[in-house]
Design a protein around this ligand. Sequence first.
Ligand code: SAM
Ligand code: SF4
Length: 334
Amino acid sequence: MTAPLIDPFQRAITYLRLSVTDRCDFRCVYCMSENMTFLPKKELLSLEELDRLCSSFIRLGVEKLRITGGEPLVRRGIMTFFDGMKRHLDSGDLKELTLTTNGSQLERFADDLYAAGVRRVNISLDTLDEAKFAEITRWGRLAQVLRGVDAALKAGLKVKINVVALKDFNEDELFFIAAWCAELGMDLTFIEVMPMGDIGNENRIGQYWSLKDLRTKLDEEFTLTDLPDRTGGPARYMRLEETGQRVGLITPLTHNFCESCNRVRVTCTGEIYTCLGQEGKSDLRAPLRSSEADAPLEEAIRAAIGLKPKGHDFDYSRQELGGQMTRHMSHTGG
Ligand code: SAM
Ligand code: SF4
């Protein structure tokens, strides 16, 4: 038996979030600047390398794999990767294969994803207003994403909608979005905006809408029951009694969730980040490429997890950006 991955704070690492590209067909204002410079293709792990990397993590005890980006579904040939991961689901070693997507390509890929064993997807969608959608994503078209949501539901995928809570932007749509999700049987999660990367001229503190305030607003309209559900991540859940739906709040800035952290992130170039809110990283690409055997890679994974920090330092409390990260969310994959 291979020893499981345990970090210095006795947390078992069972969840890998893997970014398969830094590219995207959108330019969401809180995520990217309009003129992004992307990595040269040769820097990226190949599809075969992504497969070897994930297979090693699974051998070391990872049971849940989330594919993200950039936009994971714009990576050329990505379905080959998903199809390959199915063998780990079939063997029972991998319990869940899932992805976070902006939904733009789901009309094309939803059925194939289901066939590869994916059962749930997170779709990011911050507004149901066409003009506001174009404004926030810069390059996105709402109708295309709505067709993607529809295709995902028709394919049998369970959908969770991720909404970044943005002050003076989608505050007024809170009830409408909740009702839309309830009608289509979709879970809903709100995310607080995080200080990641240079995004050009946008004002980050101006974008920040505390989920505490969002909750107070929801409370005016619905009866909220806190749920004990925990996923090892920053989400807290509640049920809206009137609709029966589960609503999650991801509050990295106002809650400390690090004590139960079970996850690590790997970028599309093979850098492992053991904490979303810290700069510390290790390279897995060199050991991956150094040998056809997986031993050097697995050793590097263990060494990186041996350095996993206790927690993050994000802090907006004094109206300054504390713990600001220089990398973009699209780099580590949100
Ligand atoms: N392109 C895919 C998507 O949008 O779902 C996957 C990658 S995206 C980086 C993952 C998630 O991170 C999305 O839900 C997005 O809204 C969120 N995100 C991006 N930048 C963020 C920021 N600065 N603060 C909070 N969430 C952010
Ligand atoms: Fe692209 Fe997702 Fe970032 Fe929007 S949030 S720019 S869709 S990676």
